[in-house]
Write a protein that binds this ligand. Structure first.
Ligand code: WTA
Length: 682
C-alpha cells in the first residue's frame, strides 16, 4: 500500500440517525449557538511535581498568589529585573486608548542587546547559544560571542543596503543559523521583521510582502527537507515579481543549487557581510516601536499581520521562558518548532537568548533519515528540556515505540507541548516513553496574538493533569464565559476570554485597526476573545477544547471536537483522530470521525464498531460518532494543526475549499473518496 492511500473496504458502514440519549434532550435542529459547552470528559489522573524538582525550581509555590496581589507590579518587577533598559520606563500600562494598550511606553531598549551584548559584557560570551544540527548531518556550535559578531556584521550589511529603523524586511528561510541572525540583526537596527514560513508558497509570500510593503527579502538558495532541496530562491523570485516594494534580496548559500541572481537587486549573504565590521551599535528603540509582524496561519480568510512591539514582548517572553522552562545554567533546551511560527520567535530566539540559554536548532524533518532522528539528537547533545507539538507526539506514537527505545533519553528532565489540545492518551505516552515517567510536562496554551505563554503549569509549583493546560501564568487572567460574557461556574464549558491586558499582547493587525477590534474585542466587552472553547474543572484547571468554529451541535448540545477526539485516541489502536459536525436532519449535526491507527493496525468493520462504542462508553451516547473513516493521515496546516474545515466539506459532500495551504494536500482526495462510502444509514 502506498503512503497516503486508504485501504479499501474498511469505511464506516453504519450511521445511527437516532441515538439521542434521553427524552429530556430537546432536539433543536438548526440551532447554531447554545450557551455553554458540554463537559463530557473526566480525567482523574494528577501528577504533582517531585520534591526534588520543586526545591530546585525557578517558580516556587506562592508565585501566582504573589502576582495576584498586584498584577501590574508583578509585570513591572519582571520588566525591570529581566530586561536591560537604556531608559527605564516609568509607566507600566497605558490603557487610555484601550484596547490599543501600551506597555512600558516611555522605556527605551534594544532587544538584540538584551539577547546578546549584555551576556557577553557579563563574561558569558563563551557559552553556547545554539547547537545547530543540519539535516544532512553537518552542524555548527555557535557561542553568544559568535552570535553577537555575526549579528553585528549582518546588521551592518543590511544598513549598507539602506535598510533602517522602521523598514519592513521579509524573511523566507529554512532553519539555518542565519535565520536567527537575520531576526536579531533586524531587531538591532530597528527594522521590522516579517518571517514567512519557508514551507509557504510564492503567492503566500507575495501577499505578505505586499501587505507590509517590505523593502528587502532575506532568503536562501534552497532548504533541506527530507533529503531534498526546497527551492526557496525560486519561490522568492516568483513572489517578488508580484510585488513593487522590494529593492533588495539577500541570499544565503546553503544547498548550492543553481539560482538566478538578479543584477542590482540580489546579493549573496557572504558577499554582503564581507569586510563589514562585527560591531554595530544597537539602535535605541522605544518600548512601543514595532519589533515584528507575524501573519497568523488561520484556516480561513486573508492572513492577519499580528503586530508585536519591543518592551512588553521581551518582558513577556523572557519571564515566561524563565518560569515555564525553568532554565538552569547547564540546560540544553530544544524547542522543535520552526522559527517561521510564533513558537520559534518567542521560544527559540527571543525568550531563550534573553535568558542566556543553550539551545538546539534542527534544520530538517523529524523522520529523516529515519523516524528516530529527534531521539538521536537528544542523545547526542544531551538535551534536558524538550518542547514540541501534539501533532509531532501523535506521529511518534504512530511510528511506534521502537524508534524511541533505540536511544538513551536519560538526560531529559522536562517536557513541553504547544499548538493544539493534547489528548490525555498522547500526554501519557509522552510522559512514559519520552519522559521516563519522571519529567514534568508543561502543556502551554497561547497564540501568535498573545506573543507568549498564557495558561501553563509552572513545573515545581503546579500539579499536572493529562490534557489540561492547568492554570494561568502569574498575572494573566483568562476566564471561561458564556455568550453574554458571563463567567461559567467551575465544571462548565464556554468561550475562552482574557480579562486583563498582558505585556506581550498583540498591539493591532498591521494596517487594519478595525480588524483588530472586530476580531478580538467586539465579541465581549473589555475582554479579549481568543476564539477557543474551554472548560474549567472543579479545581479551576483549564481544559482547552479546540476552536469555537469547530464546535459541534448535536441534539442541542455543544460538543467539543477535542473531547471526542481524545476519547478516540484513548483506544489503544488509535494514534490520531479528527471529528467534525456534519449536517443531520434529526440531530442538527452528527459526529463524523476520521481516524489514523497505530503502526500496522488494520481498520476492520469490527474495530469501527468497537471505536464507536468506546466513545459512547467514555463520553456517553451523545458523543458516539455517526461515521468513522480510517485514513493513514489527516489534513494538516503547515504548522501541524488538523484542518477540520476540509473534513467538514468532505462529510457534507461539498465542493472542497482551497487545499493549497495544506502540508499534505494529497490526503484530502483519498479521504473524500473513502468518506463517500461511509455514510450509509443504519
Ligand atoms: C491552539 C501557537 C490547546 C489554540 C502558540 C490557539 C492550543 C491556537 C494550545 C494558536 C494548547 C495552542 N492547548 N490548544 N496548549 N496551544 N493551541 O497562533 O487553538 O499558531 O488558539 O500559536 O493553537 O495557534 P498559533
Amino acid at each position: 500500500m502506498s503512503p497516503g492511500r486508504i485501504p479499501s473496504g474498511i469505511a464506516g458502514p453504519t450511521r445511527s440517525r437516532t441515538y439521542v440519549v434521553s427524552a429530556t434532550i430537546t432536539i433543536e435542529t438548526g440551532v447554531t449557538v447554545s450557551e455553554t459547552l458540554a463537559n463530557l470528559m473526566q480525567e482523574d489522573r494528577s501528577f504533582p511535581p517531585s520534591e526534588a524538582f520543586t526545591t530546585a525550581a525557578n517558580a516556587k509555590p506562592g508565585l501566582h498568589e504573589e502576582a495576584e496581589v498586584d498584577w501590574l507590579g508583578w509585570w513591572e518587577r519582571n520588566a525591570k529585573e529581566r530586561v536591560t533598559w537604556f531608559k527605564e520606563p516609568s509607566i507600566v500600562l497605558d490603557d487610555s486608548n484601550a484596547p490599543f494598550f501600551k506597555w512600558f511606553s516611555d522605556g527605551e531598549l534594544n532587544v538584540s542587546y538584551n539577547c546578546l551584548d549584555r551576556h557577553v559584557e557579563a563574561g558569558g560570551g563563551d557559552k553556547i547559544a545554539f547547537h545547530w544540527v543540519g539535516e544532512p548531518g553537518d552542524g555548527r556550535t555557535i557561542t553568544y560571542a559568535d552570535l553577537l559578531a555575526e549579528v553585528g556584521q549582518f546588521a551592518n550589511g543590511l544598513k549598507s543596503l539602506g535598510v533602517g529603523k522602521g523598514d519592513r524586511v521579509a524573511i523566507y528561510m529554512g532553519m539555518v543559523p542565519e535565520l536567527a541572525v537575520a531576526l536579531l540583526a533586524c531587531a538591532r537596527i530597528g527594522a521590522v521583521h516579517s518571517v514567512v514560513f519557508g514551507g509557504f508558497s510564492a503567492d503566500s509570500l507575495a501577499d505578505r510582502i505586499n501587505d507590509a510593503s517590505c523593502t528587502a527579502v532575506i532568503t536562501q538558495d534552497g532548504a533541506w527537507r527530507r533529503g531534498k532541496v526546497v527551492d526557496l530562491k525560486g519561490a522568492a523570485d516568483e513572489a517578488v515579481a508580484k510585488t513593487t516594494s522590494v529593492e533588495h534580496m539577500v541570499v544565503v548559500r546553503r544547498t548550492e543549487n543553481d539560482v538566478d541572481m538578479v543584477n542590482g537587486r540580489d546579493i549573496w549573504w557572504h558577499d554582503l557581510i564581507e569586510g563589514q565590521s562585527t560591531e554595530c551599535a544597537p539602535e535605541v528603540m522605544n518600548a512601543e516601536d514595532l519589533l515584528f509582524i507575524l501573519y497568523t496561519s488561520g484556516t480561513t480568510g486573508k492572513p492577519k499581520g499580528i503586530v508585536h512591539t519591543q518592551g512588553g514582548y521581551l518582558t513577556g517572553v523572557t519571564t515566561t521562558s524563565h518560569y515555564v522552562f525553568d532554565y538552569k545554567d547547564d540546560d540544553i533546551y530544544w524547542c522543535t518548532a520552526d522559527i517561521g511560527w510564533i513558537t520559534g520567535h518567542s521560544y527559540i530566539v527571543y525568550g531563550p537568548l534573553a535568558n542566556h540559554v543553550t539551545s538546539v536548532m534542527y534544520e530538517g524533518a523529524p523522520n529523516f533519515p529515519d523516524n528516530d532522528r529527534l531521539w538521536q539528537v537528544v542523545e547526542d547533545l544531551g538535551v534536558t528540556i524538550f518542547y514540541t507539538a501534539p501533532t509531532a507526539i501523535r506521529a511518534f506514537m504512530k511510528w511506534g515505540d521502537e524508534y524511541v527505545e533505540r536511544h538513551d533519553l536519560g538526560t531529559l528532565r522536562m517536557l513541553g507541548t504547544v499548538g493544539e489540545p493534547i489528548n490525555p492518551e498522547a500526554w501519557m505516552w509522552y510522559h512514559e516513553k519520552i519522559g521516563g515517567g519522571t519529567c514534568p510536562i508543561v502543556d502551554t496554551w497561547w497564540q501568535t496574538e498573545t506573543g507568549g505563554i498564557m495558561i501553563t503549569p509552572l513545573p515545581g509549583a503546579v500539579a499536572t493533569k493529562p490534557g489540561s493546560a492547568t492554570i494561568p501564568f502569574p498575572g494573566v487572567k483568562p476566564d471561561v464565559v458564556d455568550d453574554r460574557g458571563e463567567s461559567v461556574p467551575l465544571g462548565g464549558g464556554g468561550f475562552l476570554a482574557i480579562r486583563r491586558p498582558w505585556p506581550s499582547m498583540l498591539r493591532t493587525v498591521y494596517g487594519d485597526d478595525q480588524r483588530y477590534l472586530d476580531t478580538y474585542w467586539s465579541k465581549f466587552e473589555n475582554m479579549y476573545f481568543a476564539g477557543d472553547g474551554a472548560k474549567r474543572d472543579e479545581d479551576g484547571y483549564f481544559w482547552l477544547l479546540g476552536r469555537v468554529d469547530d464546535i459541534m451541535l448535536v441534539s442541542g448540545h455543544n460538543i467539543s471536537t477535542t473531547e471526542v477526539e481524545s476519547a478516540l485516541v484513548s483506544h489503544e489502536a488509535v494514534a490520531e483522530a479528527a471529528v467534525v459536525g456534519r449536517k443531520d436532519e434529526v440531530t442538527g449535526q452528527a459526529i463524523a470521525a476520521f481516524v489514523t491507527l497505530i503502526g500496522n493496525t488494520e481498520g476492520t468493520p469490527e474495530l469501527l464498531q468497537e471505536l464507536r462504542n468506546h466513545v459512547a462508553g467514555a463520553l456517553g451516547p451523545i458523543a458516539k460518532p455517526a461515521s468513522i473513516v480510517f485514513t493513514p493521515d489527516l489534513p494538516k496546516t503547515r504548522s501541524g494543526k488538523i484542518m477540520r474545515r476540509l473534513l467538514k466539506d468532505i462529510s457534507e459532500e461539498r465542493q472542497l475549499g482551497d487545499v493549497t495551504t495544506l502540508a499534505n494536500a494529497d490526503i484530502v482526495a483519498d479521504i473524500a473518496s473513502q468518506a463517500a462510502t461511509s455514510t450509509t444509514d443504519e
